[in-house]
Design a protein around this ligand. Structure first.
Ligand SMILES: [Zn+2]
Length: 170
């Protein structure tokens, strides 16, 4: 289960490079250094208490965190969060539309390849480039990479596209 709480996204206002940040931190231990709200078995720390205060999901009798695009009851991280953009300056609330919002994305013969952030893009290209590929499970966030992008036919295109972006940006 990924505990990723910030993604590199395209700013929905200026189209520049920005960060999308999960506004809440969930912990089972009461934090001593910052205020926290109680939600079932969780303590919820608000990263942006003014901008996006915690509201328990409506109708959820069981307090659980849902990951991915589930439609159950509970809280789904990385859905409604905060965009921090150097150009726009003031952080603002945004409903994430992933992977369309991904800053790191490439069209490979009409299919969308994306990365969570720069490090993830680097790990993808390293993995695709490797001639003797270890099992994907060992790589964590590479495990979800569709086999399509690993096929010999796409390999060179994928490497070229990702490396070009990595070299062009910081
Ligand atoms: Zn912006």
């Amino acid at each position: 289960m990924s505990h990723r709480d910030r993604l590199e996204a395209t700013c929905p206002r200026c189209q520049g490079q920005a960060l999308f940040i999960e506004p809440f931190e969930f912990t089972t231990v009461l934090p001593t250094d910052q205020p926290a709200r109680r939600w079932g078995g969780w303590y919820v720390v608000e990263r942006y208490p003014q901008l996006l205060p915690w509201q328990a999901p409506a109708g959820s009798s069981s307090q659980h965190l849902l990951h991915g695009s589930s439609h159950g009851q509970g809280y789904v991280p990385l859905t409604r969060g905060v965009v921090e953009c150097q150009t726009c300056q003031a952080p603002f609330v945004h409903l994430l539309n992933w992977p369309q919002d991904a800053w790191w994305q490439w069209s490979v013969r009409g299919r969308l390849l994306w990365a969570w952030d720069r490090d993830h893009a680097r790990r993808i290209v390293e993995y695709v480039r490797a001639t003797d590929r270890p099992r994907r499970g060992v790589y964590g966030d590479i495990a979800n990479l569709p086999a399509y992008f690993l096929a010999a036919k796409q390999r060179d295109t994928v490497i070229k596209l990702i490396e070009r972006t990595l070299n062009a940006t910081h």
